[in-house]
Design a protein. Structure first.
Lengths: 134, 190
């Protein structure tokens, strides 16, 4: 019975064939696509130079430095500085012991990031305007 | 897994030749429309859905993994779009709509009365099934797709697909067998 049912159903479905859309179907699809492509000429991907995780890492490091400097006295040596016993590394990292230095670095970083963001927005605007004029 | 012909067309489109997309539409329009029609059972809705499917496919082509099967991918989009439209409309198919759908479905076809009648019989039999079952039956029996591919398209397990196909086949068989004697002649001739 199963084989018979399978056979009947297969034959009848094949015989029924496929439904046909209207004659203008292809034209309608292509018109929609062309219209949408004109409205949004390019869907370019904004790939960030620094990834989301990268920003978390940078934020963490900056917060750590800032926190260490602001919450402790200037005599305090950072934990990772202590772990490096060599004189050269100690000298190198000792610059972070200066509160003024770290604060100025942080302020500069914020300033640069803000400008990068503003310039990036401006450049996107210019790019889109240029593409629309083409 | 994508056929070389499809792959070539996709590469053409991605390189900026939008008109190459016409080839993909021509190739898949009947099946996409049929699947949408099987779910929605309304000619205009099915046509709109099929158009939306192709527009969506066009915009998603850059994200399509060419290792996967294009046919399965486009059918999956079709099923999802059709079911979403059906849900959004929330119109349970009434008998009036069924009749409208059946008439509209045959509207563009120049077939003789006998084949129209046969087609109508199958259409009516299909309406005894759920939307998903109709899609499964079409994919399995018309397009000869594997259970695995149907499971991917309908987002079900293979076991679930097998069970639903078995039940659908039995239901269809009961309707077709009881209502029309012409199938006895089909069996005898094959």
């Amino acid at each position: 019975m199963n084989r018979e049912a399978d056979k009947i159903v297969r034959i009848s479905i094949k015989k029924a064939g496929l439904e046909k859309p209207g004659k203008d179907f292809l034209h309608s699809v292509m018109s929609k696509i062309e219209t949408q492509t004109e409205v949004a000429p390019l869907r370019f991907k904004n790939e960030a130079l620094i990834s989301r995780n990268g920003w978390f890492l940078i934020g963490g490091i900056v917060s750590l430095l800032l926190g260490t400097v602001l919450l402790t006295d200037s005599e305090y040596k950072l934990p990772f500085v202590i772990s490096f016993e060599t004189e050269m590394l100690h000298d190198y990292f000792s610059i972070f012991e200066s509160r003024i230095f770290v604060v100025s670095i942080v302020i500069t970083a914020i300033f640069v990031l803000l400008h990068t963001w503003l310039i990036s927005r401006k450049m996107d605007d210019w790019y889109l305007r240029y593409k629309h004029q083409m | 897994m994508v056929t070389s012909e499809d792959q070539y067309i996709i590469e053409q489109i991605l390189s900026g030749n939008i008109s190459a997309f016409e080839n993909l539409v021509r190739k898949y329009q009947d099946m996409v429309f049929t699947l949408a029609f099987r779910v929605l059972n309304h000619h205009e809705d099915a046509e709109e859905t099929a158009q939306d499917v192709f527009v969506k496919v066009f915009h998603s082509l850059s994200g399509f993994q060419q290792k996967s099967n294009f046919k399965t991918w486009i059918y999956r989009i079709t099923c999802n779009e059709s079911i979403n439209r059906l849900r959004s409309k929330k119109n349970k198919i009434s008998m009036v709509n069924l009749e409208e759908g059946l008439t509209a479905g045959f509207y563009d076809q120049n077939q003789n009365l006998e084949s129209d009648e046969e087609k109508k019989i199958v259409q009516q039999a299909l309406l005894t099934l759920s939307e998903t079952e109709r899609v499964m039956i079409t994919l399995y029996y018309y397009d000869d797709m594997s259970i695995k591919d149907i499971a991917t398209i309908t987002e079900m397990t293979e076991t679930n697909v097998k069970t639903k196909l078995f039940r659908s086949r039995q239901k269809l068989y009961e309707v077709l067998k009881d209502q029309y004697s012409l199938f006895t002649s089909i069996i005898q001739t094959n």
